[in-house]
Design a protein around this ligand. Sequence first.
Ligand code: MG
Length: 396
Amino acid sequence: MHETPDRRAVSVLGSTGSVGVNVLKVVEAFPDRFEIVGLAAGRNVHVLARQIARHRPRAISVADAGCLEELGRLVDLAGIQVGLGTDGMVAVATVPAARIVVASAVGAVGLLPTYRALQAGKDVALANKETLVMAGALMRAAAAATGARLLPIDSEHCALHQCLSGREPASVKRLLLTASGGPFRTWKGNLAEVRPADALKHPTWNMGRKISIDSATLMNKGLEVIEARWLFDVPGERIDVVVHPQSIVHSMVEFVDGTILAQLGPTDMRLPIQYALTYPEVWPSTIPGMDFGHALSLTFEPPDHERFPALGLARRALREEGTQPAALNAANEEAVAAFLADLVPFPAIAETVEAVMDAHAVTRPARIEDVLEADAWARVRARDELSRRPLPASRA
Ligand code: MG
């Protein structure tokens, strides 16, 4: 098969997840302009098999040999380079044909493949905010060294990217990240009693499980403050969070002259995905636009730091720098997994993160391996903290 030279060759890390599936929808809406050359997934082999049959990529990866065997029974893998685990993901991230790598794996698992993609000079469309939280300075340095572009898929950062476009850095007063406030914003009950199913009900966005819990604790917004610091090189003190329950304003930038620019749009991940994949061009979208044919209210309020301490913990990690954001992220991933398994109550998530941060001896990571070491240490420590917590009241 011959490629047209102007077709954009895309590799997707985390192709079967909530963002990955939407990435493929965008790609499939422009079959003459995109080509899928790599797909990396974990254990969801049924969805991956359908994606492989449709796109026939050059390289694929799954979690382990058992998954690969099952995949081989579902789809013909002849002529496709196959890989497993982190090595397989790195191979998909650096497949020579790829021009853009979409980093949409969830959590720390995406760190090394995303880093290697930047080192290989690939443009990275980043949905995996955890990688910038863990190793923002190293990621920026890798992109700068090869000239690779780092483009946000996170809707808030996509908004900031648009508001900042063509503006002098010195003209920026502050970034204003909007937050929906999550499912417990107006809930008056005891947060110790909420169940995983309650926390998974996001009011405005339909997302994966991990990010839905992060939205309920507001840790998602904390991670996004750190992500914005590295994407736009703006210090944390000049990044504020505004709760905006309708999720129509995706973020804002205030300039030194007092002007505020906001980006608005429907809550559909395909918009920021298409922005990143087509940048700096703008292609027509097939998604219905905003409907101003009926009354629409936009409201804004400050976040409640007392009920949602995670936001403050993320700011603290950013101030302490070095490996502390990686420790925060690892502890959060472990605590969210324990909460989703109904092993700890909701407030234990932020409490565990704080305990792990208190115990962490912060160092300056010189290499990506130093970050992975801090991540591994924090996971062990977090599991220990979590194992000593009482079961949720509903299970005791
Ligand atoms: Mg976001």
